[in-house]
Design a binder for this molecule. Structure first.
Ligand SMILES: [Zn+2]
Ligand SMILES: [Zn+2]
Length: 293
């Protein structure tokens, strides 16, 4: 079957995750989120690759549910099921257990966030003088699991091969960062879909402690992730991209957060809605619920 893109995660090499010959995905160590399991954003981004492959066209929207921590350096089998002409469901699992489930579609279904929220994020692509000051003087607030995420592929400051994206607060509710991805994420002139989607993972959770959505004895894990891909940005602009997020609300043990990837002049590239599940710091770190007690 033909591959309609050639991103790093689909090509042989250190970043390869998907093996289309044996129908397995295998996340190397540097794609971790917590110390012993895979990054949820990377896992979600795989659905853009798998979707493009099975649909033989670009993916416009996807939804992924994380059923359990994604094992690293482990062959995980994937199975696809065509739901209609535009949509494919994909299940990824190991030893008969489901790790990830979800779908990818070449059509846009329900919007992932309200038009008002999308506009609000978009309005902050360029900062006012006051917001710039706030950005520059921002001091990070660390939650209880800070050390556990030092090597997270998306946000970890010590992740050598990672994106090292750390958003800062620019208004009481909005978090922001400029992003200039390394050239290895160039997929034939455009930003590859996997890092574009992964960039909107833990970057959506920055406001949880600062804004009181999480208490000091709490942490969280990604539960589901919806992404709408409007356009994959082209590489080679030296103005970079903007990652902008805002926490929506907490309902019981779930926290909903909105996040977007924008161009420097405001183009919407990817919009994401993350649902986080509140857990203890031990569980977030990778200990199982039953072993955490
Ligand atoms: Zn790919
Ligand atoms: Zn992270």
């Amino acid at each position: 079957m033909f591959v309609n893109h050639s991103c790093l995660t689909c090509r042989p090499g250190a970043d390869r995750v998907i093996d289309y010959e044996s129908n397995v995905v295998n996340l190397p160590q540097h794609f971790r989120g917590p110390p012993t399991s895979g990054n949820g954003g990377v896992a979600t981004g795989l659905y853009a690759c798998l979707g493009a492959r099975f649909l033989q066209t670009d993916v416009a929207q996807l939804q992924v549910r994380l059923h359990q921590p994604v094992p690293l350096s482990t062959d995980l089998e994937f199975h696809e099921e065509r739901l209609d002409n535009e949509t494919v469901a994909v299940t990824i699992g190991v030893n008969g257990g489901t790790v990830l489930s979800g779908w990818a579609s070449s059509k846009t279904n329900e919007p992932v966030m309200s038009q008002d929220t999308a506009s609000e994020l978009q309005e902050h692509v360029n900062l006012s003088e006051a917001q710039k000051k706030r950005f520059e003087s921002y001091k990070e607030v660390f939650g209880p699991s800070k050390d556990h995420f030092a090597e997270c592929f998306v946000c970890g400051p010590d992740s050598q091969l990672g994106l090292r994206l750390r958003l800062r607060q620019i208004t009481d509710q909005i978090f922001w960062q400029e992003w200039n991805p390394e050239s290895r994420w160039d997929d034939r002139g455009a930003l590859a879909s996997l890092p574009a989607i992964a960039a909107l993972d833990c970057t959506s959770a920055l406001g949880f402690y600062v804004n009181g959505f999480l208490g000091e004895d709490e942490s969280c894990l990604l539960g589901t992730y919806d992404a709408a891909i409007t356009s994959l940005p082209s590489f080679g602009s030296n103005e970079g991209f903007r990652v902008i997020s805002k926490t929506r609300e907490r309902v019981g043990r779930k926290i909903y957060s909105d996040v977007g990837l924008f161009g420097a002049s405001g183009e919407i590239h990817v919009l994401g809605k993350a649902t986080w599940i509140v857990v203890s710091p031990e569980v977030a770190k990778g200990h199982r619920e039953e072993a955490a007690g």
